[in-house]
Ligand binder design. Structure first.
Ligand SMILES: Cc1ncc(COP(=O)(O)O)c(C=O)c1O
Length: 418
């Protein structure tokens, strides 16, 4: 649609020419209504009285994904740490922890850290980013007397300055703090940049009796975008190996340490990793579109954004271009009908019925367009897949849980946070 000529005269001329040259026409992407899977889900939503934009989790698919991730890790020596920011509802997290028999969580923000202490007090928590000192100080002070293991997380640090701040917090509260050091394994988002910085960080931790080193973390999502992800993960492992080597040299042994690596896009490339002893996985369990990767072919999409259709416009009229409707439709049959959703916002891509796209002529995410072959009526649902689970899962209120037959539960999310 973007390539349609903007000039009205040209557009009409092209539409006329397309009668003789059908190659000028866009292919009709419409192919009827929902397939049996989405038709059944739509019927279940209607029976449950759902009539607003909702995030749905397909529980059988989620359970199959849990089993698939477990099966891939079973023959390895790797532990699994569940990424809470990508599964931001307590019941969802419970199910994944129970299903994978893991008690390890990776947490990324102060809000969720507080909630995890309340809902998973026995969890072994590793921070996934180095939190600002003010937030850490506040947490340490408030949880000073908490007996919960989750209230004694492994704080992530990746600079001398952060270690000094955390040492200060430990002294001010007379509270020992566990420190895990992030190393840059090639993504350059964070992490100590090299062996010299790591050596200095180890010395700083050793010099403060209230700080205890608990391990290393090296995250490598960048490898998924490399020409050869497995070759890049090979380089990641080499960098990780030199860091572990330095740890051994300086501390004597690394037994019992948390040597964390990977994420959903790359964990399957670490199955034979001899250096790390655990991988982090979150998004893979629900598989949003950004995780449609060859390394995650063994898991299926298990989360959908569903939005009722408020209005169908046939033919779709575009403001100030009403006179061009026929020419537009001749050139692109997919612009024929307009569907206005209840909501429509949020990071999600339409998947059912097939052939729908947000109209670039109408602009933004205001209207979905589809051909006359798209079967979709007012009050039907459009199904979309979220691009990510982090953030997007928090935009719809309680999550509807589909058991394959009915919407049989509603899961409250964690508190909204950035
Ligand atoms: C440090 C770290 N580890 C692991 C992950 C993987 O999370 P997910 O499995 O949801 O992609 C992330 C995601 O941002 C991360 O920042």
């Amino acid at each position: 649609v973007k390539s349609l000529p903007p000039d009205p005269l040209l557009l009409r001329a092209a539409a006329l020419a397309s009668c003789l040259l059908p190659g000028l026409r866009a292919k009709d992407r419409g192919a009827g209504g929902h397939d049996p899977y989405f038709a059944a889900l739509q019927a279940a939503l209607k029976r449950a009285g759902v009539a607003q934009p909702t995030l749905v989790i397909d529980r059988p698919r989620l359970e199959a994904n849990i089993a698939a991730v477990r099966a891939s890790l079973a023959p390895t020596r790797l532990g699994l740490r569940v990424v809470s920011k990508s599964l931001p509802a307590p019941a969802l997290l419970d199910l994944v922890l129970a299903g994978t028999k893991s008690n390890r969580l990776m947490v990324f923000n102060g809000v969720m850290l507080d909630e995890v202490v309340a809902c998973q007090p026995q969890a072994d928590v590793l921070l996934g980013r180095p939190l600002p000192a003010a937030q850490v100080a506040d947490f340490v002070r408030r949880h000073a007397n908490s007996p919960a293991p989750a209230a004694r997380p492994q704080w992530l640090a990746d600079s001398a300055q952060r270690i000094a701040q955390y040492a200060e917090i430990a002294r001010a509260n007379d509270a020992p703090l566990r420190i895990n050091l992030e190393i840059d394994v090639g993504m350059h988002r964070g992490g100590l940049p090299g062996l010299e910085a790591l050596s200095q960080a180890l010395d700083l931790i050793a010099a403060e009796p209230l700080l205890r080193l608990t391990g290393l973390m090296g995250y490598d999502a960048h490898a998924a975008g490399a020409a050869s992800p497995s070759a890049e993960v090979g380089r990641v492992m080499e960098r990780y190996a030199t860091a572990v080597g330095l740890l051994r040299e300086k501390l004597g042994a690394v037994a019992g340490m948390t040597l964390n690596t990977a994420g959903s896009p790359t964990y399957a490339l670490h199955l034979a990793d001899p250096y790390a002893n655990e991988v982090s996985v979150g998004s893979a369990f629900v598989k949003p579109t950004h995780f449609d990767l060859p390394t995650l072919a063994h898991v299926e999409p298990a989360a959908f954004v569903v939005e009722p259709v408020l209005k169908v416009m046939d033919p779709a009229l575009f403001p100030r271009r009403e006179g061009l409707t026929e020419a537009l439709n001749a050139l692109d049959p997919n612009s024929r009908r307009g569907f206005f959703l209840y909501g429509g916002y949020g990071d999600a891509r339409p998947v059912s019925p097939p052939g729908l796209r947000f109209s670039t002529i109408y602009g933004g995410r205001a209207m979905l367009a589809g051909s006359a072959r798209v079967e979709l009526a007012q009050d039907d649902f459009v199904f979309m897949r979220p691009t990510e689970s982090e953030g997007v899962f928090l935009q719809f209120g309680d999550i509807a849980v589909y058991d394959g037959q009915e919407i049989s539960a509603w899961w409250p999310t964690f508190r909204v946070h950035a």
